[in-house]
Design a protein around this ligand. Structure first.
Ligand code: B12
Length: 278
């Protein structure tokens, strides 16, 4: 039996950690990951690699989430990315990074804004920083194998919360679904067009706006999707659904339970759930 290799190079370390070669290189150069410079290149000992991995896993998720939230509040996308990189290196799945760290941070920033603790400036700065972080994270989400028919994700017309649609789209991708993301303020006609042309397994409308015209816009959007394809599964979610009570909304689902959405998408793919019967 051959001896296990006691030290490895940067490429092998990157493969084992599931991160880019440059990430490992940067962490070596900044001292986060000890390595020895040999004539043949950088050499990382197994012991140091294991310790580096364990360090990444060691911090409680809540502490990490709070660190991210604070850096977002300051608009410091580089610092947020450094934290994200370290959790990527500790083999945290990208679905958990988005679902357990990034989304709760945005939610908490919104709650703190609503409570008067944060300014609109801080909320805008956090949103911009999150956009930079998501752009950098999306190549990692793209590594997840996707299967099945696409899921459309968008906010309805006049709703500017495009970042929320983007986060939700990345979360669905990280769970293995191909996603067509249309972003913010999507008109009913565009929902209809994509439904006709792409035959999605579901259309997810994520809602954040709170004005009086929202219910009518949602009804119009659903009618447009149904006219394009009567058997398309339509799911509504986001904090905006709270204002739809008392209206006749012909969606197949209206809730904010993301794991339930994942189960329903699976059932739709398997043919055990049919639109308009759930
Ligand atoms: C960033 C942000 C903004 C940015 C948007 C920037 C951008 N480019 O997107 C700016 C600063 C521009 C903004 C503006 C406004 N905002 Co704003 N904003 C937010 C904030 C902080 C984060 C949004 C986000 O990205 N969330 C990330 C998403 C992915 O998180 P999530 O919703 O928790 O998602 C989970 C679930 O909801 C669920 N889910 C979501 N969709 C779906 C769909 C389905 C089918 C299912 C099953 C599940 C599901 O799954 C997700 C994962 O678990 C939220 C706070 C919050 N709670 O989200 C407020 C928030 C959405 N905003 C709010 C408000 C009031 C506004 C303004 C009206 C403020 C104002 N007076 O001007 C304006 C509206 C502008 C407009 N015309 O649309 C309120 C909405 C209140 C409501 N509807 O009940 C919130 C909730 C803040 C609050 N706590 O009061 N906002």
């Amino acid at each position: 039996m051959s001896e296990p290799t006691q030290s490895i190079g940067l490429n092998e370390a990157a493969d084992e950690l599931g991160v880019h070669y440059m990430t490992v290189y940067r962490h070596v150069r900044t001292g986060l990951l000890p390595a020895e410079r040999l004539p043949s290149g950088w050499s990382i000992s197994r012991t140091d690699l294991d310790a580096y991995r364990a360090r990444g896993k060691g911090m409680p998720a809540i502490e990490r989430q709070q660190q991210i939230e604070e850096r977002l509040r300051q608009g410091d996308d580089a610092a947020v990315w450094t934290i994200v990189e370290s959790v990527l290196a500790s083999a945290m799945p990208v679905s958990s990074i988005i679902g357990d760290l990034l989304i709760p941070s945005m939610r908490s920033i919104g709650d703190r804004w609503a409570a008067g603790e944060l300014t609109v400036l801080e909320e805008h700065r956090a949103s911009s920083a999150m956009s930079v972080v998501l752009s950098r994270l999306s190549p990692h989400t793209a590594r997840v194998e996707v299967r099945g028919k696409p899921v459309v994700v968008a906010t309805p017309a006049n709703d500017t919360h495009g970042l929320a649609a983007w986060l939700l789209a990345e979360l669905l991708r990280a769970h293995g679904h191909p996603v067509i993301e249309l972003g913010a303020a999507t008109p009913p006609e565009s929902f209809a067009e994509v439904t006709r042309e792409k035959s999605p397994v579901a259309v997810v409308v994520t809602m954040y706006r709170v004005d009086d015209d929202v219910p009518d816009m949602i009804i119009e959007t659903i009618e447009a999707i149904r006219a394009a394809n009567p058997s398309t599964y339509i799911a509504l979610g986001g904090p905006g659904i709270d204002q739809l009570g008392g209206h006749d909304i012909a969606a197949d689902a209206m809730h904010n339970d993301f794991p339930r959405l994942i189960d329903d998408l699976k059932a739709l793919e398997q043919g055990t759930l049919n639109p308009s019967t759930s």
